[in-house]
Design a protein around this ligand. Structure first.
Ligand code: EPS
Length: 419
């Protein structure tokens, strides 16, 4: 099964990811991976850290001469900022009496919890006596490693003709007025790459930027909403047969795992709860020349998933991010380890990271879809995988049931034998 782990602290030497289970024979485009890495660093509302970093992924194993071998793929992204944190984040013991060490430790010390961050629960959970031990790993810097993994997955998706794109649909209260049913995903991807907030609504975007600016001036932070769309998915990814195989559940878990994400919605998810079934379910009609399948629909309220499986329509997933918990306008909080009334800690941070988060959400969706494709179609090699996906898509296009095909073949063989 395709899986990945990440490791690394925000200001440590590097971030690392291991992606295990990719088939052999996938050509790896490093330029694409690093373009995605660069995209994650962009977006209006980000803090000074991004001026320090130039994220570049390096592949250490599992790829030879630009092609995957089927072995685990290790990726490394160096943290340039580590040079300013070398004592604080040293993996080996440091001499706290040395002047430069003491100065750096004092400068970076954190003695007050930030409500909304992992600080409080993490410090208690791991019995740490330094909040930094928690926040360094809880930090969204980790998402750089996820983007590298997702970019590799996107390359496999491209091979099986699945297209994926993400855009920002809301910042705070400002919503984009974009109809995601009619967006061309290639155009969306190109458009958002050049825009400041990865938003497809040219009228809403300047308002979003003003809104972020206003909250930055007030020492506040903002969240928002990201939508991830995917076209060309085979029918039947995920499964209705078991709770932990449902594609919507898997997507929700993956997206909720992104730092600061608090809700996930598939299709018209939330709205569906307040509407009658006749307005929610997507009626079926016979397919025409343009349809991929012998059926078509006029709506996509389900967002491309029915019964926990992809249904051949565009996948539409929205993910909701809360405002970042690091605020210049510190909230009432407690000191650590005394637990006395104080104001929350503030250190350099982003005001709004929703644009960057859209790249991360896309990466996570790319990973879940790639895993679901490999689960359904298997294949140690890209050749096996492509053959199997094509065969299945062709079968679906003609609505042929393999069991019937087999029965017919058996009947034909029996008839031949009788003759
Ligand atoms: C983050 C705090 C900030 C963000 C960081 C996530 O880092 P720093 O404390 O170094 O300014 O910039 O995000 C990244 C470094 C990144 O590359 O996305 C946090 O606390 O989550």
């Amino acid at each position: 099964m395709l899986r990945f782990l990440t490791s690394g602290e925000s200001h440590g030497p590097a971030l690392v990811a291991i992606l295990d289970g990719m088939p052999a024979g996938l050509s790896v485009d490093m330029e694409f991976i690093n373009a995605e890495m660069a995209r994650r660093q962009k977006g209006y509302g980000r803090g000074a850290r991004q001026k320090i970093e130039t994220d570049v992924a390096q592949i250490l194993s599992g790829v030879r001469h630009g092609v995957t071998t089927g072995a685990p793929i290790a990726l490394l992204i160096a943290n340039r900022d580590f040079e300013n944190w070398n004592h604080v984040m040293s993996t080996t013991p440091v001499d706290e009496r040395a002047e430069d060490v003491a100065a750096q430790l004092a400068k970076k010390a954190i003695k007050r919890f930030r409500p909304g961050h992992a600080d409080l629960a993490g410090t208690l959970k791991f019995r740490q006596d330094d909040i930094r031990d928690v926040l360094e790993r809880a930090s969204a810097r980790e998402t750089a490693a996820r983007v590298a993994v997702g970019a590799l997955c996107q390359q496999l998706l491209t091979e099986v003709r699945v297209e994926i794109a993400a855009h920002v649909t809301q910042v705070g209260e400002i919503k984009a007025g974009v109809d995601s049913d009619v967006l061309d995903l290639y155009e969306l991807d190109t458009l958002t790459e050049d825009s400041e907030l990865f938003c497809a609504d040219e009228d809403a975007q300047p308002k979003m930027i003003e809104y972020i600016k206003k909250h930055w001036q007030e020492g506040d932070s903002l969240g928002g909403v990201v939508e991830v769309l995917a076209d060309g998915l085979p029918v039947g990814l995920g499964s209705y047969t078991q709770w932990d195989q449902k594609l919507d559940g898997l997507l929700a878990q993956a997206l909720m795992s992104v730092q600061a994400f608090k809700a996930v919605e598939i299709g018209d998810g939330v709205k569906c709860a307040s509407q009658p079934g006749s307005l929610v379910h997507d009626a079926l009609y016979p397919g025409d020349d343009e349809s991929r399948f012998p059926f078509t629909r006029k709506t996509n309220h389900a967002g491309g998933i029915e019964g926990g499986m992809s249904n051949g329509q565009r996948l539409k997933v929205r993910a909701y991010m809360k405002p970042l918990p690091t605020l210049r306008k510190g909230l009432p909080s407690l000191s650590f380890p005394e637990y006395q009334a104080d104001t929350a800690h503030y250190e350099r941070s982003d005001v709004c990271a929703i644009a960057a988060a859209s790249v991360v959400c896309k990466a996570m969706v790319a990973f879940v879809l790639t895993r679901a494709i490999l689960d359904k179609f298997g294949g140690d090699t890209m050749t096996d995988l492509l053959r199997s996906v094509k065969q299945f898509n062709d079968d679906c296009a003609h609505a042929a049931k393999p069991t019937k095909v087999k029965a017919a073949a058996t009947a034909a063989e029996e008839e031949a034998e009788l003759e």
